[in-house]
Design a protein. Structure first.
Length: 280
């Protein structure tokens, strides 16, 4: 069985279809993991969700910040923003089924020796801890009180993790790290003001999360998306796959070998691009 990781689709269903054709994807023999931001900005968010839902267990999909935004909008917690393109989902006859499927997606996965998240991992967290913390949020999103949780999910504080965090603040830090993180300090304090810089453009006092000295997942392979200005990055310990599809770049897949450090990259140009931007 081939395992393919795919970066941020963001509503570009035609590009996703071309990429699946390019890799000759077969649901009966292959598996996909999409690294979050399935929807928004691109023109075909509804088609993306319907395609992925129809693939069943052949496709695992992580939640990204845009996916959580859709869920929040659906509950009246957040307004639609200029540039949002999820109205077709909100107006769809199968809206309830699609949103229910979406809120049951994971925030982190670990397969074939690779830890997979949408955005990043705080330096204090091990891979096992990351999965446990993701599961805390997943349980809330899948529960009866998920809409109330969405009302408390947003905010930049606390901006650092400590084990004594509880309640909404604890869950907020987990969500922010897994779906929004790009830069943090050596102590793991997150920075959210900077969105459109490459990794070498960190604000003073901050580093890309994956370059923090002593990061506890440094011995693991971590795959992520979210950072279109970073683009494709392939290090022994990292696989970054947001190649800015919706912003005029490509949609990229990584085919993993038996050893997670063995990868083949396949990409298609996106014809649905709207305008240049930072994405994420």
């Amino acid at each position: 069985m081939a395992l393919y990781l795919i970066g941020d689709v963001q509503g570009c269903d035609a590009a996703l279809g071309r990429l699946l054709d390019e890799i000759a994807f077969s649901p009966s023999r292959d598996r996909l993991v999409l690294l979050g931001d399935l929807v928004n900005r691109g023109p075909q968010s509804l088609a993306v969700l319907r395609r992925l839902l129809a693939l069943g267990d052949a496709a695992a999909c992580l939640l990204g910040n845009h996916d959580l935004h859709l869920l929040a909008v659906s509950q009246g917690v957040r307004p639609l923003h200029r540039g949002d393109t999820v109205g077709d989902i909100l107006d769809a006859p199968d809206r309830a089924a699609l949103l229910d499927w979406l809120r049951h997606r994971p925030l982190a996965l670990h397969e074939r020796g690779v830890l997979m998240v949408h955005a990043g991992v705080l330096p204090q967290w091990t891979a096992a801890q990351t999965l446990r913390l993701a599961a805390e949020v997943e349980a809330v999103l899948r529960g009866a009180g998920w809409a109330a949780f969405m009302q408390r999910m947003y905010g930049n504080q606390p901006d650092a993790w400590h084990d004594g965090l509880a309640g909404a603040e604890r869950l907020r830090v987990i969500v922010n790290a897994l779906t929004r993180l790009r830069f943090c300090s050596a102590e793991g304090r997150m920075e959210f003001a900077t969105k459109d810089r490459a990794a070498d453009g960190a604000p003073p006092g901050y580093l890309p999360w994956f370059d923090v000295p002593g990061r506890r997942t440094a011995g693991d392979v971590v795959a992520f998306g979210h950072w279109s200005t970073l683009g494709r990055l392939a290090r022994p310990d990292l696989i970054a796959l947001d190649t800015g599809c919706v912003w005029g770049g490509c949609l990229t897949a990584a085919r993993l070998g038996a050893n997670p450090r063995e990868r083949e990259f396949i990409e298609v140009r996106c014809e649905e691009a709207q305008r240049p931007g930072a994405g994420g």
